[in-house]
Design a protein around this ligand. Structure first.
Ligand code: FES
Length: 499
């Protein structure tokens, strides 16, 4: 039983708090339950998409872990989910990035209003993980992150499918490369189970980052949503939270500058989503003075080998990585090469080095998915690079893991919105090989909301063979599924005077 001072007792203990206790009794709490630490299981839950549809069920298992050994009294509370894929290419995408702040704010409101002593946050879709981690950093009470898990890949003939293939199939259809029937078959098969998008897109990237930061249990990022091991991790996350409370470990003890450096190193080694840069900066900001800058990302990228062949840059999906050892396999290789700081504390109460030492790795070949650091997939360092220049004096990003090109010269084809660019591609013949598509007024203010440009980038790549012949520059964002020579986050954005 946790013996530390509990803020829940200030709210629910003593004679004068009888009205507060009366409501706990109304939901089934006994005197004994009221005397235990009050734990929230925050489920980012929604039926409006497959990514988080199962998180309430996971919450049941987390509660089991919290109660184990007479631990705490858990209650499930919700937060919102804005589904990125369903908003993609529409007005809906303008709500995506801002939903991250809404998630952090709704968690803060509920945790503080009800005087919870700690919480497990269950995320899934893209913005839910950073929103939950921001709340953990901001509130700084004991907390553990649990990922809802990836979807399994689909199959179409010999092709392994993810949602990226449906977006690119639109481009192929518009270019007359596939029929409407083929597009329909791909649509039906692309996302065959619940869980998040299957590649190393934003959701899986952020899950890997939560693990690398030390806020999630070792190995918990990669099991598919449908896996029995996901249930095991749910129970263990509840147990881990009670252990963290007993030890007095708080998120800011874990999310230190060194932990962020580790997370960036894993991001670069895995060729993860460019969105992670925005999210890590926001989480660091909440973590009470962790001074993370864009320069940190570029510095770490230059020294980190890109070693995990995961889509969209590589060939495999999160479920494949899980089969060979998950994120701990990547971390172990980086640690052995001296690229990670193994001394950092994690929510297990152990250092990252100790966690990896105790981790049970499957004894299977893995070089096809995760290479040794001495044999990287590409020779130029990490998967993402920070760019600066006359168009982006304050910076821009490119996922070099997802392109074969390191240089592009061409004629600028400016558009004032994503829709304008998409319609030009759709009409055909207006964007030609050698062009640099420039989409402006899609930044945080211009969009507004800094929407992702997957519909355009996928139409270019999946369409008339323009993936290697056309570059794109925008002040908007990209989906984690975007591939090709695509430069985003151009700052300052056009809406505030950027060129
Ligand atoms: Fe939810 Fe991709 S849309 S993870």
């Amino acid at each position: 039983m946790v013996k530390v001072n509990l803020r829940s007792q200030e709210r629910y203990g003593g004679v004068l708090n009888a009205p507060h206790r009366a409501f706990l009794r109304s939901i089934g709490f006994s005197d004994e339950d009221i005397g235990k630490p009050l734990v929230a299981v925050v489920a980012a839950w929604s039926e409006a998409g497959p990514c988080n549809i199962h998180t309430l069920q996971l919450a049941v298992h987390v509660k089991e872990g919290v109660r184990r050994g007479g631990g705490g009294s858990p209650l499930t509370v919700p937060t919102i989910v804005v589904n990125d894929n369903i908003g993609m290419g529409t007005e809906g995408m303008r709500y995506s990035l801002v939903s991250r702040e809404v998630i952090a704010d709704t968690i803060e409101a509920q945790i503080n209003a009800h005087a919870f002593d700690g919480f497990v946050g269950i995320g899934g879709c893209d913005k839910t993980t950073p929103g939950i981690l921001m709340a953990m950093a901001r509130l700084n009470i004991p907390a553990v992150y649990l990922y809802g898990g990836t979807a399994e890949p689909g199959f179409y003939g010999n092709l392994k499918l993810t949602i990226e293939d449906v977006h690119e199939a639109i481009g192929a259809y518009l270019a007359g490369k596939i029929t409407e029937d083929e597009l329909y078959e791909i649509e039906k098969r692309a996302h065959p189970t619940y869980g998040t998008c299957a590649g190393m897109f934003t959701a899986n990237t952020m899950a890997a980052i939560a693990e690398a930061l030390g806020m999630a249990l070792p190995g918990s990022a990669s099991p598919p949503a449908t896996s029995a091991r996901r249930v095991m991790y749910a129970v263990e996350s509840g147990v881990a939270l009670m252990n963290a409370m007993e030890l007095g470990i708080k998120p800011r003890d874990v999310m230190t500058y060194e932990a962020f450096e580790n997370a960036i190193t894993v991001l670069m080694a895995m060729g993860g989503s460019t969105n992670a840069i925005l999210h890590l900066l926001a989480i660091a900001h909440e973590a009470g003075g962790v001074k993370l800058t864009l320069e940190d990302f570029d510095r770490i990228s230059k020294r980190t080998p890109y070693i995990a062949s995961l889509r969209p840059g590589g060939d495999y999906v999160m479920a494949d990585l899980d089969a060979v050892g998950g994120v701990p396999l990547v971390m172990l290789k980086l640690l052995k090469a001296g690229l990670l700081n193994g001394k950092v504390l994690t929510i297990t109460g152990k250092t990252m080095e100790e966690n990896l030492k105790n981790y049970k790795f499957p004894n299977v070949p893995h070089d096809h998915i995760v290479r040794d650091v001495s044999n990287p997939i590409k020779p130029w360092g990490g998967g993402i690079r920070i760019l600066k220049g006359s168009l982006a004096p304050e910076g821009a990003v490119i996922k070099v893991a997802a392109t074969e090109l390191m240089r592009f010269e061409g004629r600028a084809r400016p558009f004032n919105s994503e829709e304008e660019a998409f319609q030009a591609i759709r009409r055909g013949g207006e964007v030609r090989p050698g062009d640099v598509v420039v989409i402006r007024y899609e930044g945080p203010k211009g969009g507004p909301g800094m929407p992702e440009m997957l519909r355009v980038t996928a139409a270019l790549v999946g369409g008339a063979g323009l993936g290697k012949d056309v570059a794109l520059v925008t002040d908007g964002r990209f989906s984690g599924a975007t591939r090709g020579f695509m430069v985003g986050h151009v700052a300052p954005e056009a809406a505030v005077g950027g060129r």
